[in-house]
Design a protein around this ligand. Structure first.
Ligand SMILES: C[S@@+](CC[C@H](N)C(=O)[O-])C[C@H]1O[C@@H](n2cnc3c(N)ncnc32)[C@H](O)[C@@H]1O
Length: 196
């Protein structure tokens, strides 16, 4: 795991990974949905240098942004300070996280896969909370024509049933010949309010 931290720290020193970076298209397209969300507490899992955390914070969210790379997080903190945004950067290995129950109105998980977090993500959403999840599928390895660790790739159709207690609002799996995009599965899902 220390290796993961060093590997990602090195990436965030490269120009292509430095801020400013555009937020994910899935988030940008759902700006009006996010603005309508009544609660404003958000969590960005494996946020990197925080392009998506910044997007949410600029919409008025108070964001907890977690990543193992302190180099990525440092960029995020600097940018958040300049704009006076409410972002708490947390340097942490997500293998060891215990997420609080029913805390977040929005949870983001982009380009990162840790299956052991699935149940915790469901529990950490507040009633009516939204989950935005997008990551690479096993088709990505074929499109990229290179060997990748299958533990970090979603199986085809896996994401659709990964969060059984949430209501799916949008789901798609896409293949894109463009190398930087590849094959991904995307989900927006909502935690229904329980009536008792
Ligand atoms: C492909 S980047 C995605 C960054 C961001 N979500 C985005 O879409 O721009 C994957 C991120 O996962 C982080 N990461 C990898 N393993 C991790 C772990 N065990 N705990 C926390 N973060 C981790 C890396 O540091 C890196 O920032």
């Amino acid at each position: 795991m220390a290796n993961d931290r060093l590997r990602w720290n090195n990436k965030y020193l490269q120009e292509a990974y430095k801020l400013p970076r555009k937020p994910s298209a899935l988030l940008a397209k759902n700006k009006s949905r996010l603005l309508k969300q009544s609660g404003k507490r958000a969590l960005d899992l494996a946020c990197g240098s925080g392009r998506n955390s910044l997007f949410l914070a600029r919409l008025g969210f108070k964001v907890d942004a977690i990543d193992i790379s302190d180099t990525g997080l440092r960029q995020l903190v600097q940018c958040a300070r300049q704009e006076n945004l409410k972002i708490r950067a947390i340097a942490m290995n997500l293998q060891q996280v215990i997420l609080p129950r029913a805390r977040y109105d929005v949870i983001l998980n982009f380009n990162f896969l840790q299956r052991s977090l699935f149940a915790q993500i469901e529990n950490a959403l507040a009633p009516n909370g939204l989950l935005f999840f997008e990551s690479f599928t096993e088709r990505h390895m074929i499109l990229q024509d290179k060997k990748m660790n299958p533990a970090y790739l979603l199986n085809n159709h896996e994401l659709k049933s990964a969060f059984p207690t949430l209501e799916i609002l949008c789901y798609r799996e896409t293949d894109c010949a463009e190398k930087s995009k590849g094959a991904r599965a995307s989900l927006i899902a909502c935690k229904k309010q329980t009536t008792s």
